[in-house]
Design a protein. Structure first.
Length: 52
């Protein structure tokens, strides 16, 4: 969803870590979370272009 925002040009890397039981990662890398699992952003690098 972030990459669909009009002001976002690109996303280099996005990493999610899971904490708790009941979470699975698919072969494609998607996370399947049960209601008792917490997902959080573990690392982020931003490149801001102000010339737009």
């Amino acid at each position: 969803m972030i990459d669909r925002l009009s002001f976002v040009i690109s996303i280099g890397t996005l990493s999610l870590e899971i904490d708790g039981s009941g979470a699975q990662r698919t072969r494609e890398g998607d996370l399947l979370l049960s209601p008792n699992v917490m997902a959080y952003l573990s690392d982020m690098e931003l490149v801001v272009n102000t010339s737009c």
